[in-house]
Design a protein around this ligand. Structure first.
Ligand code: FIX
Ligand code: ZN
Length: 404
């Protein structure tokens, strides 16, 4: 009789059983979500959940303005519920919800057995309004298979700082990060010691897993500008001293269309050599990096082959679509093996974790199964044990190594 241990280390020589095993393992593996905009209940209005927040997500408002001919200011003057009603009518009733963000809503409603073809939102509102938030967080994390999330914490945000100072976050699943966009992109001339003091105090208060910033498509390093000064004189010395990784999200063009508010940002192709220079100059600092432009993905993989202190992560924002997640995951497997972090959700609303991980796990499983199938054809079968090891590495291990 074949024991489960023997079964676990049995060679999977049939493509059907191999693919089935990969799907099973990828869908069951707990994932550490390395970048989100989620907050636990203690952060009150920053902690978003429910159908009205889901439908007024900036991905969907951008899509709504393409089909509903409404002046921006009239839309923004509406209540959140009225905005959600308009998004639902425009994208889910008057049109078929084919976009990734719209299909995401359908996936969430379906998981909670809510009517995905409803003409109005009464049933959905009643359901989400009846949820106890902390139980709901447990349920959503469980459904999505998320073991923990990294928040986006701005030390210069007064409302958020007040909450941290009054006790902050008691839920260990919500890890903090130190997001320094205001320093990097709205730099007021402050002395290095004063910024350093602010960073040290924030690190003390928030205990972040990494320091982070999003940077524009024209980011250069070295650049002989305030960003280079900030990196060399303050941020990287601070990261080194506190043993923190630096997470850089590069390629956003903020406010391309301000009328769309949060939905108004665009992207641009960036210069990957800036990251190579940083990794070269700071060999003893670990960098977590994602680029927003599809055209930068191959370059990032190659840069990571040159610098083992560079960890590519996620299919960020406009790349978080099944066809592109599939493409990026496949080239990363081919160029980096399993030494990368395939995805992050960037969730802003709690229930988004459900669809963003369900949809990404499918593409990651397909890409991984194809990789193992090619390996089999090349003459080496894998075991269920090896598949589990590889998936755990990509979904949690690589990040744990990086942030210690
Ligand atoms: O810079 C970021 O963290 C971006 O993810 C956000 O600014 C963006 O609005 C977003 O939510 C993307 O998914
Ligand atoms: Zn984000």
């Amino acid at each position: 009789m074949v024991t489960s241990t023997e079964k676990f280390s049995e060679l999977l020589t049939g493509t059907a059983e191999l693919r089935a095993e990969v799907e099973l393992v990828v869908n069951a593996a707990p994932v550490m979500d390395v970048h989100t905009h989620l907050f636990p209940p203690e952060f009150k209005e920053l902690s978003l959940f429910g159908i009205d927040e889901l439908l007024t997500y900036h991905y969907l408002t951008a899509e709504t303005f393409r089909s509903a001919r409404i002046p921006y200011d009239r839309f923004w003057a509406m209540s959140k519920m009225d905005q959600a009603d308009m998004v639902w009518k425009t994208l889910f009733v008057d049109n078929t919800p084919t976009s990734e963000a719209a299909q995401g809503i359908i996936s969430v409603l379906d998981v909670f057995r809510l009517d995905t073809r409803a003409r109005e939102l009464n049933e959905a509102r009643a359901f989400f309004n009846s949820q106890n938030l902390s139980d709901h967080i447990d349920q959503v994390f469980d459904i999505a298979g998320v073991s923990g999330v990294v928040m986006t914490n701005d030390p210069l945000d007064e409302a958020e700082s007040r909450i941290w100072k009054s006790g902050g976050n008691g839920d260990r699943r919500f890890k903090s990060s130190l997001r320094l966009d205001r320093l990097f992109n709205g730099f007021e001339s402050r002395s290095a010691p004063s910024i350093r003091r602010m960073l040290d105090q924030s690190i003390q208060l928030l205990n972040p897993v990494y320091i982070a910033a999003s940077l524009p498509a024209d980011f250069q390093y070295p650049s002989n500008d305030s960003r280079e000064w900030l990196l060399d004189e303050v941020v990287l010395p601070t990261a080194k001293e506190h043993g923190l990784a630096l997470t850089l999200m590069i390629g956003v063009r903020r406010g391309v269309n301000p009328g769309l508010r949060e939905a108004g940002d665009g992207l641009g192709r960036a210069d990957v050599s800036a990251i190579e220079s940083l990794c070269e100059r700071y060999r003893d600092v670990k960098f977590l990096v994602t680029f927003l432009s599809r055209e930068n993905q191959h370059e990032l993989c190659v840069a990571a082959r040159k610098f083992n202190n560079l960890m590519p992560f996620g299919c960020w924002w406009f790349l978080n679509n099944p066809s592109i997640v599939s493409e990026i995951t496949r080239e990363r497997l081919e160029l980096l093996g399993t030494s990368f972090i395939p995805q992050h959700s960037d969730a802003r609303v709690l229930e988004q974790l459900i669809y963003k991980w369900k949809h990404s796990r499918k593409e990651i499983a397909d890409a991984l199964a194809d990789s193992y199938e090619r390996l089999l054809t090349s003459g080496r079968a894998v075991t269920a044990e090896e598949i589990t090891r590889d998936v755990n590495r990509m979904f949690a291990g690589n990040f744990a190594d990086w942030v210690g």
